[in-house]
Design a protein around this ligand. Sequence first.
Ligand code: FEO
Length: 170
Amino acid sequence: MINKKIEEILNAQINKEFYSAYLYLAMSAYFDEIGLKGFSNWTKIQAREEVDHGMILFDYLIARNGNVDLKHIEAPDCDMQNPLQVFEKIYAHEKTVTESIESVAGMTESECDLATRNFIDWYIAEQVEEEANVLDIIKKLKMFGEEKSILYHIDIELAKREYKHHNYSC
Ligand code: FEO
């Protein structure tokens, strides 16, 4: 049976991952609306990955004989103004998720839950990758500003992203 404090923080993390999926879906809809299909694809795939992140936590809790406690998911922030502003919003959001994952890791250490400590390492690495990917896109958007032909090429590049399913295996 998993420690109650760990169970609680993992349930809170499930909620954050599903909120992230909502946020990326709202962004995908925005990009679709303004005709940036590649940006829409990128954020929609990210939404699917966030669902995977939530489901991996869900399956882990069940594997540890914990209780899954699903809370309501907040409506996403829908203030979208342009691609750079949206990607800066993504970066800020992912930094809060990284802090949240680090809090989970910290608690596994203070509670001596080595199994969850080991489990959460995958999320720590995933956050490094996510932040780096988003920063890369922000740098390009900043470098080329509102140059429409460059935006078009970035859109083509982001259209190439493919979904890779992640799941929990113990
Ligand atoms: Fe599940 Fe974007 O972190």
